[in-house]
Each structure stands twice: as C-alpha cells, then as structure tokens.
Ligand binder design. Sequence first.
Ligand code: NAP
Length: 478
Amino acid sequence: MIIVQNYINGKFESIDSTIEDVNPATGEVIAQIPKSGSLEVENAVVAADSARKSWSDLSLEKRTIWLDKIADVLESKSEEIASLESLDTGKPISLARAVDASRSVANFRFFAEFARDYKSEKFEMDDAINHVILKPVGIAGLITPWNLPLYLLSWKIAPAIVMGNTVVAKPSELTPLTANLLAEVIHEVGLPAGVVNIVHGLGSEAGQSIVEHPKVNLISFTGGTMTGRKVAETASPMFKKLSLELGGKNATIVLDDTNLDDAIPGIARAGFLNQGQVCLCGSRILVSEKIWDEFIDKFVTFVKGMKVGDPSSEDSDLGALVSFAHRDKVESYIHLAQREGGEILCGGKSPKLSSPFDKGAFLEPTIVSNLSHMSRTATEEIFGPVVTLHSFKTEDEAIEMANCTDYGLAGSVWTGDTQRGARIAERLETGMVWVNTWLHRDLRVPFGGIKDSGVGREGGRWSLGFFSEAINICVKES
Ligand code: NAP
C-alpha cells in the first residue's frame, strides 16, 4: 500500500481524512491519498505566496537550470513512472513507457530549452522603442485529469515555474501516484520550498478551493467541458487568467483515395489509444462511400486483432479503463447506441480474462455502425474504446458532418493526396488537424480547442505567454 502525502512548502504532510486509490485492472486498493480541503489549499497558497518573490527574482536562465535538474532525475526514474502510471490508470505498460514517461521528461527539457531561446520583442517607432517584457503572473493553480496524469501535470508545471510563477497543483484523485513521484523528485533536487505545492483530493473540494482562492492569479485547467464551465463560472468574475483544455468528439475523415492498408493502423490508433481515453481520439470515423465496404472489412479485422488484457504485459494493446464508474459510463453509451439503432460490428462487452484481471474495468474495442452522425452516441464525448462509423458522398458532406458537434478540439484526414487533405483540414472547425497521421506532436505548436473544447492555447510560445503578463515599456529617444 502506497501512502501518498500532500507536498506543501517543501514538506510531505498527511491528514486524517483519506481516499482510497484503486488499480482498475484488478480492483485492488493500491494507495491512500489525502482528502484535502480548503485548509490544505490555504497552506499551499501561503507557501506559494512566500516563495513568490525570491523565485521570480531569479533569472530566467537560472530557473531553466532547475527544469533541467528535474528532467534529469525524472529520466532516471522513467521505468518507475511507467509502472506507476500503468498501475494507477490501467493503461498498457508499453504505452506508459512510450508516451507518459518520455513526454513527462520531455516537457521539462523542452520548456527549459524553449525559454532559454526566447527573445523578448522590440517594436521601433521613429522616436521611441517599445520593449515587451514577460513578467510572472503570480500563483498558478493547475488542475489536471486522469488520462495522462504526469504528462499533463508536467506540461503545466514546467512552463509555469520557468516563467517565474509558483504553483499549487491538484492532480486527479483517481491517478495520484506519479504526481507524488514528481513531488519526491522536486524534493530530491532541492527546488526551493513553496515553488511547487501538490495538494491531493477531490475536484469539488480541493480543486474548487484552488479555483476560488483570491490569491491564485491564474488557472490552467484540463478536464471535461462541464467541469470547465464550473471552473470558468468561479474564476472569470475574479478576473483570473484562465486556460481551459476541455473535451472533444473528434472526426477522422477517410477519403476515397486513401491507401487503407497503410492508414488503418493509424486510424485504429486514433480511435483506441489509451482505451480511447485521449481527448484527441478520433471516435467518429467518416468514410467515403466509395471505399465503405473495403474499409469496414479491413478496419473490423484489424480491431478484432487488438489484444485487451494485463496492462503489465508487453503484448496488450489495450488495458483497463480508469475506473469501474467510468467503464459503466462507457457501457451505458454502448446500450444507448443499440437503442439508437446502432449495429455493433465488434466488441461491445467486457473481455473474458483470467484472475486477477477478471475483476478489472476492461472493455473490448467497440465499433458501431448504422447510426445517424447526429445521434447522441455520435456527438457526445464517450471517452472510451467506442467509435462510430458514418459514410459520406462528397467532401462538402464530410466537412459538414465533421463540424456538426458542439466540440472543436481535433481531427484527422486520411488521403493519398496531401494537398487535398490540407485543403479539407482548413475547413474543419477544430483547434488541431492532422493529415495522414494522428497525435504527431511538436511541442512548439499551439495546442487547444475551439467551441466547447476550450479557451486559449498552450504549447511553445503560447504557454510562455499564458504563464506570464506581457508588459510594454515605451522609451522615447532623448
Ligand atoms: P474532470 O472530471 O473534468 O476532472 C478534471 C480535473 O478537475 C480533476 O482533477 C477533477 O478532480 C477536477 N475537478 C472536478 N471538479 C472541479 C471543480 N469544481 N473545481 C476544480 N477542479 C475540479 O475530467 P476527467 O474525467 O478527469 O478527465 C476527462 C476529461 O478531460 C475528458 O472530457 C477529456 O476530453 C478531457 N481532457 C482534455 C484534454 C485537452 O487537452 N483538451 C486533455 C485530457 C483530457 P476529481 O478527479 O476529483 O473530480
């Protein structure tokens, strides 16, 4: 049993009230975490406030060195990160290694290097020069979900501290283990006390206390659209800087000139990576009617070959969903799809696994056909291993179908003609589109959604901009 503590002002602290953390692949309780409330958040904010001045007085160059130190120690613990993430979330170990562990290290390295290279802007006038400088915002409240726990936490902590802010962070209570490991790493490298504070607990208690605390100047939130709305309702009237990275229901458009043998592994990856629990997953697959039959044959065969099972096995393509409650929610959408007239082409139920995984929150990768593209199943975020298939006649129809949801996060277009793909990509109402690939990330580019998928952008200079206040100093020639 792992005992997770809060990390406040450079010290690990327990409280009497705790929450159990469960391994969703077996149902076993693996850790106890603090059930923090406003008192613990207040202590964390006081710590962040007292660390603020000395941390922001440090040069940017010196702060980047701290990021490098954190990255070095995290990298030495890559295997531990992968194991903890797989245990806590139920995701396959191969994915936890390739994505979660490596990106968490890369986030610290990237923002150290990117901030070092940052050149402040100057705008010359006939008789004056404007100098734009970036100042820290103050205390950053960072709230993150369970699907990519350390990946998303480090994506926020690294730019927040490199720009001179101090941090109060709350990870999802479903997946606290790697945030705890990060606190240990931060402690080991000796980052000044109070610069990073991690408070564990429920969103409605610890999370809400961070959002509503008057001394927290900025909120960076990643999670569901409903929760994002609640966060905005609290933070906006307080004029906090706010970034909301929310849900998605992303289209995958497969054009008639696509080489299906090349594309299907990528389309299946987009649908089912991390058991479909990635905000960017392509869960509505729109296929040209000219290749519909061939696509269904090949796609269903490929997905039937995906192995669901023991997350610690190198052979597993899919592990468990993050919790039993979430598995129930995803299953309820499969039942809804059937009520809406959908035909289940594969999956749709829990796989038969041997002990101890027979008690886990597993679900087979599921393909549903025969639904309207406007049905609830095809337009609401399910966030699990369920995709729907729809056929289209023309490019215009594909674009209209892709744009018909309230979400606008991501999408992908698959084609033999990249110019045609790029032309269609420009007409999609989303923050990000890939052509002939998916989740191919360059950390310098803007990341974020439009419509109900979020407000603001993170990534590269957008993160540096969000985690700072741009101040203009206009100096007139004497
Ligand atoms: P969630 O329920 O919205 O929770 C996200 C975080 O917010 C958790 O730490 C949660 O704590 C906390 N929270 C809940 N209520 C809060 C409140 N009133 N004030 C402050 N914080 C609060 O989302 P989730 O189920 O963890 O994650 C899945 C969602 O995240 C999906 O919709 C997915 O699309 C989205 N997501 C978006 C992106 C993106 O970049 N756009 C990336 C990843 C995931 P508890 O865990 O205790 O509830």
